[in-house]
Design a protein around this ligand. Sequence first.
Ligand SMILES: [Zn+2]
Length: 192
Amino acid sequence: MIKKLDGTFVVPGEKLGVVEEFDPGRGTVEVDGIVYSAQTGKAALDPKRHVVTVKPMTGPVVVPEEGSSIIGVVEKVQEKMAIVNIIVVDGKKMPLPFTGMLHISNSSPRFERIMGDVCKPNDIIRAKVIDTSQRIPKLTTVGRDLGVIKAYCSRCGGELVLSGHILRCSVCRNVERRRLAEEFQSENTVPS
Ligand SMILES: [Zn+2]
């Protein structure tokens, strides 16, 4: 039960336990032997010193805004649009993935007929948020630094590598098409 408390989200006045279990630390208050949270944040237990603290949630919640630069994982690709799980907004990692939508008309400066030529599921893309008036933010990958930054073979899941202008699977040698960001060649690490 005590272990379960560590890392949980708590609000002011929430009962954390009793003084027999642990001493009240920063962000907590003890009243008649009962330890309560004094602020909104995450409970943390120090098992050696038997102290409970509550660390305040830092900073405002990150949400994509118009003009935000995002990194996302392509989840689903339909003929004219792709669903993207936004994982990083303006360099900050999202606590939970946020869904965005990329329409084919905003995907490339060239005329693309099918979304599968732009990106495929599991690809990692860099995009910009262009419209947040709908429930799902709309994305664009038009721009030199935007597009697919990491791509995986639709046949075997292997990583695609660029040799010259040909995008080829490093495992099964399958050749594929993507709308690549300019940084694709040098980018070899998954953003964290
Ligand atoms: Zn392959």
